[in-house]
Unconditional design. Structure first.
Length: 395
């Protein structure tokens, strides 16, 4: 099911789903900002499904006047968490400012290194932490992550930040610039829920920005962290679609423009390539509306992109992607496409494929008589007979 090329499909056409049965989009996943730890747990179904993972650093022993360095993997085996500062990871009781970094019931708190001297000016030490996840020795993802930011009280000087990224490094959502009183302990959490309000483990990395200096430097905004809480990391089979949203307005604009053009345009249209199972690439494009691309597979929506288009002197269509265009696995789109006319049919081909397509008159798989195939063909054109030889459209 997860093969990259629809070879099995072409060898066994009887295994195909019924014509036109392009899988429906997967439920969309959205990130929710939560400021109440109880609500965070409730959204993740923690009461029914067992405990959340919680790292509060209280078990660290031997803390005296100086902070204690902990390994990034200290919580890997027990909790599936890897915690990486810019230059070491440190815990301490109060980082020498007991009134600012008031631990309350908590005894031990966290700050990312490197350590800077109290009198530091200019460079002032670490303030960024990365949280990543492991499960059974493999990279893993969580559906929710929260942390307590202690003494976030100078947001204008240095906004604190909590940001979640998917496995491709795409930003899923973030909160930044929050603040409270001196010594406050602010919880901020991000929870990924699908359309059915079920937790979706799509968060592969979390970035925490705690002020802009090592906490005992008394120049700018010092902030420490505590009480990291997250859903149990998962990997492997529980692959879920990453968060895809946006582009709906553009898609509607393109649809309207295509309806207005009613086919009276050299290449505007709605194109498809795929096998109806793991590979279903749809690309709509119109001269003013731009393009809207989506990739659906067995497990839902794998990728989506959209943006404006431009045409160069060679008649090539350039797609200007608004989201990162990662071309691997079940993702990505050619950003450069050549429109090709073959009788009443229209194809969109990557430029490097055009020469052989024209020379071999479609090659082994074209002209096809079903919507399934390796090349982007305008939807509905599979019913049209070809006439003559295919040719580039340059206009
Ligand atoms: Ca603690
Ligand atoms: Ca502060």
């Amino acid at each position: 099911m997860l093969s990259l090329l629809p070879l099995t499909l072409l060898a066994a056409p009887q295994a195909l789903p019924p014509e036109g049965a392009i899988p429906r989009a997967a439920p969309r996943v959205r990130l929710h900002l939560v400021e109440d730890p109880a609500r965070f747990a409730a959204l993740l179904g923690a009461t029914e499904r067992g405990d959340l993972r919680r790292v509060d650093f209280e078990e660290v022993q031997g803390i005296g006047a100086d902070p204690v360095l902990i390994r990034p993997e200290r919580y890997a085996e027990s909790d599936g968490l890897i915690l990486t500062g810019e230059g070491g990871q440190y815990v301490h009781t109060d980082f020498r400012f007991p009134h600012d970094y008031a631990a309350g019931d908590s005894r031990v708190q966290f700050a990312p290194g490197p350590i800077a001297p109290p009198q530091a000016r200019g460079w002032r030490g670490g303030c960024r932490t990365q949280a990543t996840f492991v499960h059974a020795g493999r990279p893993a993802r969580v559906a929710g992550f929260g942390a307590v930011f202690v003494d976030a009280d100078w947001p204008d000087r240095a906004p604190c930040r909590l940001a979640a990224y998917d496995q491709n490094g795409v930003l899923l959502g973030e909160t930044a610039g929050f603040s409270g009183a001196n010594g406050s302990r602010l919880f901020r959490g991000l929870v990924a829920l699908d359309e059915d309000h079920q937790p979706a483990a799509v968060i592969a990395r979390v970035e925490l920005v705690s002020g802009d200096e090592w906490p005992w430097v008394d120049v700018s905004e010092g902030v420490v962290l505590d009480d990291l809480v997250f859903s149990p990391p998962t990997s492997g089979q529980q692959w879920r679609p990453t968060w895809f949203a946006g582009g709906e307005e553009r898609e509607a604009r393109i649809d309207a423009e295509l309806a207005e053009l009613a086919g009276h345009h050299p290449w505007a249209g709605s194109y498809y390539q795929g096998d109806g199972t793991g590979v279903n690439v749809s690309l709509k494009l119109a001269p003013d509306g731009g393009f809207y691309f989506s990739w659906h597979g067995c497990l839902g929506e794998y990728d989506r992109n959209f943006g404006r288009i431009s045409i160069d002197e060679a008649g090539l269509i350039h797609l200007h992607c608004e989201r990162p265009n990662v071309r691997k696995g079940f993702q990505g789109i050619d950003e450069l496409l050549a429109p090709v006319r073959w009788g009443d049919r229209r194809y969109l081909l990557p430029p490097e494929k055009v020469v052989s397509f024209l020379a071999e008159e479609g090659g082994r798989w074209e002209p096809r008589d079903s919507i399934w195939g390796f090349d982007l063909l305008r939807l509905g054109d599979e019913d049209k007979a070809v006439a003559g030889a295919p040719e580039r459209i340059v206009e």
